[in-house]
Write a protein that binds this ligand. Structure first.
Ligand SMILES: C[S@@+](CC[C@H](N)C(=O)[O-])C[C@H]1O[C@@H](n2cnc3c(N)ncnc32)[C@H](O)[C@@H]1O
Length: 255
Protein backbone atom coordinates (compact mmCIF):
# COMPACT_ATOMS: atom_id res chain seq x y z
CA UNK A 1 0.00 0.00 0.00
CA UNK A 2 1.56 3.36 -1.05
CA UNK A 3 1.86 5.71 1.85
CA UNK A 4 1.10 8.65 1.86
CA UNK A 5 -0.97 9.81 -1.17
CA UNK A 6 1.33 11.17 -3.87
CA UNK A 7 0.57 13.50 -6.75
CA UNK A 8 -1.02 11.64 -9.69
CA UNK A 9 -2.34 8.78 -7.47
CA UNK A 10 -5.90 7.50 -7.75
CA UNK A 11 -7.71 7.32 -4.42
CA UNK A 12 -11.11 6.27 -3.19
CA UNK A 13 -12.96 8.28 -0.58
CA UNK A 14 -15.46 6.16 1.36
CA UNK A 15 -18.13 7.89 3.42
CA UNK A 16 -19.76 6.51 6.55
CA UNK A 17 -22.53 4.83 4.51
CA UNK A 18 -19.94 3.02 2.36
CA UNK A 19 -20.44 5.24 -0.74
CA UNK A 20 -17.24 5.41 -2.80
CA UNK A 21 -15.86 8.31 -4.82
CA UNK A 22 -12.90 7.79 -7.18
CA UNK A 23 -10.54 10.77 -7.37
CA UNK A 24 -7.30 11.60 -9.13
CA UNK A 25 -4.89 13.58 -6.97
CA UNK A 26 -3.96 15.87 -9.82
CA UNK A 27 -7.27 17.36 -10.91
CA UNK A 28 -8.11 21.00 -10.28
CA UNK A 29 -10.95 22.35 -8.12
CA UNK A 30 -14.18 20.86 -9.39
CA UNK A 31 -17.74 19.96 -8.43
CA UNK A 32 -17.72 16.31 -7.44
CA UNK A 33 -20.87 14.25 -6.87
CA UNK A 34 -21.11 13.43 -3.16
CA UNK A 35 -18.39 15.95 -2.19
CA UNK A 36 -19.42 19.35 -3.55
CA UNK A 37 -16.69 21.72 -4.73
CA UNK A 38 -13.32 20.17 -3.92
CA UNK A 39 -9.71 20.12 -5.06
CA UNK A 40 -8.42 16.50 -5.11
CA UNK A 41 -4.88 17.85 -4.76
CA UNK A 42 -5.69 18.45 -1.08
CA UNK A 43 -5.33 14.69 -0.61
CA UNK A 44 -1.62 14.77 -1.46
CA UNK A 45 0.46 13.99 1.63
CA UNK A 46 -2.42 12.38 3.55
CA UNK A 47 -2.14 8.76 4.67
CA UNK A 48 -4.17 5.87 3.30
CA UNK A 49 -6.71 4.63 5.88
CA UNK A 50 -6.73 8.16 7.37
CA UNK A 51 -10.14 9.70 8.14
CA UNK A 52 -10.67 13.20 6.83
CA UNK A 53 -13.42 15.77 7.05
CA UNK A 54 -14.78 17.41 3.90
CA UNK A 55 -17.61 19.95 4.33
CA UNK A 56 -18.65 18.35 7.63
CA UNK A 57 -18.71 14.78 6.23
CA UNK A 58 -16.26 12.06 7.25
CA UNK A 59 -14.39 10.03 4.61
CA UNK A 60 -11.74 7.36 4.75
CA UNK A 61 -8.94 7.42 2.14
CA UNK A 62 -8.36 4.09 0.36
CA UNK A 63 -6.37 2.88 -2.60
CA UNK A 64 -8.88 1.89 -5.35
CA UNK A 65 -9.37 -1.79 -6.18
CA UNK A 66 -10.20 -2.95 -9.70
CA UNK A 67 -13.83 -3.22 -8.50
CA UNK A 68 -13.77 0.47 -7.49
CA UNK A 69 -12.30 1.46 -10.85
CA UNK A 70 -15.00 -0.37 -12.82
CA UNK A 71 -17.80 0.86 -10.55
CA UNK A 72 -16.74 4.47 -11.07
CA UNK A 73 -16.78 4.53 -14.87
CA UNK A 74 -19.07 6.73 -16.90
CA UNK A 75 -21.38 4.35 -18.81
CA UNK A 76 -22.57 5.19 -22.27
CA UNK A 77 -22.60 1.84 -24.06
CA UNK A 78 -23.85 -1.24 -22.19
CA UNK A 79 -20.86 -2.69 -20.31
CA UNK A 80 -19.62 -6.25 -19.84
CA UNK A 81 -20.06 -6.92 -16.13
CA UNK A 82 -17.20 -8.33 -14.02
CA UNK A 83 -18.92 -11.75 -13.78
CA UNK A 84 -18.54 -12.12 -17.56
CA UNK A 85 -15.32 -10.14 -17.89
CA UNK A 86 -13.38 -12.23 -15.36
CA UNK A 87 -14.71 -15.37 -16.98
CA UNK A 88 -13.37 -14.15 -20.37
CA UNK A 89 -9.98 -13.44 -18.80
CA UNK A 90 -9.89 -16.92 -17.26
CA UNK A 91 -10.92 -18.89 -20.36
CA UNK A 92 -8.71 -16.81 -22.69
CA UNK A 93 -5.81 -17.18 -20.25
CA UNK A 94 -5.14 -13.40 -20.37
CA UNK A 95 -2.03 -12.63 -18.34
CA UNK A 96 0.76 -10.13 -17.85
CA UNK A 97 2.68 -9.52 -21.09
CA UNK A 98 -0.14 -10.59 -23.45
CA UNK A 99 -1.34 -8.65 -26.47
CA UNK A 100 -5.14 -8.58 -26.48
CA UNK A 101 -7.30 -7.05 -29.20
CA UNK A 102 -10.77 -5.86 -28.24
CA UNK A 103 -13.69 -4.69 -30.38
CA UNK A 104 -15.58 -2.47 -29.56
CA UNK A 105 -14.39 -0.38 -26.66
CA UNK A 106 -17.88 0.85 -25.71
CA UNK A 107 -17.58 2.35 -22.22
CA UNK A 108 -14.19 0.74 -21.62
CA UNK A 109 -15.29 -1.53 -18.74
CA UNK A 110 -13.86 -4.69 -20.26
CA UNK A 111 -10.83 -2.68 -21.45
CA UNK A 112 -10.07 -1.84 -17.80
CA UNK A 113 -10.24 -5.51 -16.75
CA UNK A 114 -8.07 -6.58 -19.68
CA UNK A 115 -5.51 -3.81 -19.11
CA UNK A 116 -5.30 -4.70 -15.43
CA UNK A 117 -4.52 -8.31 -16.43
CA UNK A 118 -1.87 -7.63 -19.12
CA UNK A 119 0.09 -4.95 -17.26
CA UNK A 120 2.91 -4.08 -16.84
CA UNK A 121 4.40 -5.54 -20.03
CA UNK A 122 1.35 -6.32 -22.16
CA UNK A 123 -0.97 -4.22 -24.28
CA UNK A 124 -4.67 -4.01 -25.09
CA UNK A 125 -5.51 -2.73 -28.56
CA UNK A 126 -9.09 -1.53 -28.44
CA UNK A 127 -11.00 -0.91 -31.69
CA UNK A 128 -14.07 1.31 -31.62
CA UNK A 129 -15.96 2.55 -34.62
CA UNK A 130 -17.67 5.49 -32.91
CA UNK A 131 -15.64 8.55 -31.99
CA UNK A 132 -17.92 9.49 -29.04
CA UNK A 133 -17.67 6.02 -27.44
CA UNK A 134 -13.93 5.92 -27.99
CA UNK A 135 -13.54 9.23 -26.16
CA UNK A 136 -15.55 7.97 -23.16
CA UNK A 137 -13.72 4.63 -23.05
CA UNK A 138 -10.37 6.44 -23.19
CA UNK A 139 -11.36 8.78 -20.37
CA UNK A 140 -12.58 5.86 -18.23
CA UNK A 141 -9.38 3.87 -18.81
CA UNK A 142 -7.25 6.91 -17.95
CA UNK A 143 -9.29 7.59 -14.80
CA UNK A 144 -8.57 4.02 -13.76
CA UNK A 145 -4.84 4.76 -14.13
CA UNK A 146 -4.43 2.15 -16.90
CA UNK A 147 -3.92 4.40 -19.93
CA UNK A 148 -0.32 3.22 -20.45
CA UNK A 149 -1.50 -0.30 -21.26
CA UNK A 150 -4.17 0.51 -23.85
CA UNK A 151 -4.03 1.79 -27.43
CA UNK A 152 -7.35 2.91 -28.88
CA UNK A 153 -7.91 2.62 -32.62
CA UNK A 154 -10.82 4.19 -34.42
CA UNK A 155 -11.88 1.35 -36.71
CA UNK A 156 -14.23 -1.44 -37.63
CA UNK A 157 -13.05 -4.94 -36.65
CA UNK A 158 -15.26 -6.47 -39.34
CA UNK A 159 -13.14 -4.65 -41.96
CA UNK A 160 -9.68 -5.01 -40.46
CA UNK A 161 -7.61 -6.04 -37.49
CA UNK A 162 -4.08 -4.81 -38.21
CA UNK A 163 -2.21 -6.70 -35.49
CA UNK A 164 -0.64 -10.15 -35.77
CA UNK A 165 0.73 -12.46 -33.07
CA UNK A 166 -2.27 -11.68 -30.85
CA UNK A 167 -2.81 -13.79 -27.70
CA UNK A 168 -6.56 -13.18 -27.48
CA UNK A 169 -9.29 -11.35 -29.41
CA UNK A 170 -12.41 -10.37 -27.49
CA UNK A 171 -15.46 -9.16 -29.43
CA UNK A 172 -18.43 -7.36 -27.92
CA UNK A 173 -20.14 -6.07 -31.06
CA UNK A 174 -23.61 -6.85 -32.44
CA UNK A 175 -22.23 -9.02 -35.30
CA UNK A 176 -19.10 -10.82 -34.05
CA UNK A 177 -19.45 -13.49 -36.79
CA UNK A 178 -18.42 -10.83 -39.34
CA UNK A 179 -15.08 -10.35 -37.54
CA UNK A 180 -14.17 -14.03 -36.97
CA UNK A 181 -12.02 -14.26 -40.10
CA UNK A 182 -10.05 -11.08 -39.22
CA UNK A 183 -9.62 -12.27 -35.64
CA UNK A 184 -8.31 -15.62 -36.80
CA UNK A 185 -5.76 -13.99 -39.15
CA UNK A 186 -4.37 -11.88 -36.31
CA UNK A 187 -4.28 -14.59 -33.65
CA UNK A 188 -1.07 -16.46 -32.99
CA UNK A 189 -1.15 -20.24 -32.93
CA UNK A 190 -2.81 -21.24 -29.66
CA UNK A 191 -4.54 -17.85 -29.42
CA UNK A 192 -8.09 -17.47 -28.05
CA UNK A 193 -11.22 -15.84 -29.44
CA UNK A 194 -14.10 -14.83 -27.16
CA UNK A 195 -17.38 -13.37 -28.45
CA UNK A 196 -19.91 -11.89 -26.03
CA UNK A 197 -23.52 -11.80 -27.27
CA UNK A 198 -26.82 -11.18 -25.49
CA UNK A 199 -28.95 -13.45 -27.74
CA UNK A 200 -28.91 -17.08 -28.87
CA UNK A 201 -29.35 -16.15 -32.54
CA UNK A 202 -26.07 -14.24 -32.38
CA UNK A 203 -24.37 -17.21 -30.74
CA UNK A 204 -25.56 -19.59 -33.48
CA UNK A 205 -24.23 -17.38 -36.26
CA UNK A 206 -20.91 -16.90 -34.44
CA UNK A 207 -20.42 -20.63 -33.80
CA UNK A 208 -21.20 -21.46 -37.44
CA UNK A 209 -18.61 -18.95 -38.59
CA UNK A 210 -16.01 -20.20 -36.07
CA UNK A 211 -16.51 -23.75 -37.37
CA UNK A 212 -16.31 -22.58 -40.98
CA UNK A 213 -12.92 -20.94 -40.39
CA UNK A 214 -11.51 -23.90 -38.46
CA UNK A 215 -11.45 -22.62 -34.88
CA UNK A 216 -11.42 -25.47 -32.38
CA UNK A 217 -12.51 -26.22 -28.82
CA UNK A 218 -15.61 -24.10 -29.41
CA UNK A 219 -17.78 -23.67 -26.36
CA UNK A 220 -20.61 -21.30 -25.36
CA UNK A 221 -21.11 -20.57 -21.67
CA UNK A 222 -23.32 -18.39 -19.51
CA UNK A 223 -22.64 -17.38 -15.91
CA UNK A 224 -25.10 -16.30 -13.27
CA UNK A 225 -24.39 -14.46 -10.08
CA UNK A 226 -26.52 -14.41 -6.95
CA UNK A 227 -25.64 -12.62 -3.76
CA UNK A 228 -26.82 -14.26 -0.53
CA UNK A 229 -28.48 -12.06 2.04
CA UNK A 230 -27.33 -13.46 5.36
CA UNK A 231 -29.57 -12.38 8.23
CA UNK A 232 -29.46 -13.34 11.90
CA UNK A 233 -32.45 -15.66 11.45
CA UNK A 234 -31.68 -17.08 8.05
CA UNK A 235 -30.28 -16.67 4.62
CA UNK A 236 -31.92 -16.17 1.24
CA UNK A 237 -30.78 -15.20 -2.28
CA UNK A 238 -30.91 -11.48 -2.98
CA UNK A 239 -33.89 -10.37 -5.10
CA UNK A 240 -31.39 -8.47 -7.28
CA UNK A 241 -29.71 -11.59 -8.71
CA UNK A 242 -27.81 -10.98 -11.93
CA UNK A 243 -29.52 -13.40 -14.27
CA UNK A 244 -29.02 -13.25 -17.99
CA UNK A 245 -26.54 -10.72 -19.33
CA UNK A 246 -24.95 -12.51 -22.27
CA UNK A 247 -23.43 -15.72 -23.60
CA UNK A 248 -19.73 -16.01 -24.19
CA UNK A 249 -18.53 -18.18 -27.06
CA UNK A 250 -14.90 -19.27 -26.95
CA UNK A 251 -12.76 -20.82 -29.67
CA UNK A 252 -9.07 -21.49 -30.11
CA UNK A 253 -6.70 -21.33 -33.07
CA UNK A 254 -5.03 -24.72 -32.91
CA UNK A 255 -3.72 -25.08 -36.45
C1 LIG B 1 -21.81 -3.10 -26.08
S1 LIG B 1 -20.58 -1.98 -26.49
C2 LIG B 1 -19.09 -2.63 -25.81
C3 LIG B 1 -19.02 -2.43 -24.31
C4 LIG B 1 -17.68 -2.79 -23.73
N1 LIG B 1 -17.40 -4.20 -23.89
C5 LIG B 1 -17.65 -2.43 -22.25
O1 LIG B 1 -17.51 -3.32 -21.40
O2 LIG B 1 -17.73 -1.23 -21.92
C6 LIG B 1 -20.34 -2.29 -28.19
C7 LIG B 1 -19.41 -1.26 -28.83
O3 LIG B 1 -18.93 -1.79 -30.05
C8 LIG B 1 -18.86 -0.76 -31.00
N2 LIG B 1 -18.88 -1.43 -32.30
C9 LIG B 1 -19.94 -2.01 -32.91
N3 LIG B 1 -19.55 -2.62 -34.05
C10 LIG B 1 -18.21 -2.43 -34.13
C11 LIG B 1 -17.22 -2.81 -35.08
N4 LIG B 1 -17.57 -3.53 -36.16
N5 LIG B 1 -15.92 -2.46 -34.89
C12 LIG B 1 -15.58 -1.72 -33.79
N6 LIG B 1 -16.47 -1.31 -32.86
C13 LIG B 1 -17.76 -1.66 -33.02
C14 LIG B 1 -20.07 0.11 -30.70
O4 LIG B 1 -19.91 1.40 -31.22
C15 LIG B 1 -20.09 0.05 -29.18
O5 LIG B 1 -19.36 1.10 -28.63
Amino acid sequence: MPNPVEENCRVILVDEKGNRILLHAIDEVQKIKGLGVYNPKELIGKDYWESIDISGKKFMILSPSIFDKISAIQRKAQIILPKDGMFIIFYCDVKSGDMVVEGGAGSGALTILLANSVRPNGKVISYEKREDFMRIAKRNVESAGLGDYVEFRRGDVTSTIDETGIDAVVLDIPNPWDAVNNALSGLKLGGHLACYSPTMNQVEKTVNEMRKFGLEWIKTLETMQREMVVGEKGMRPSFDALGHTGYVTFGRKIR
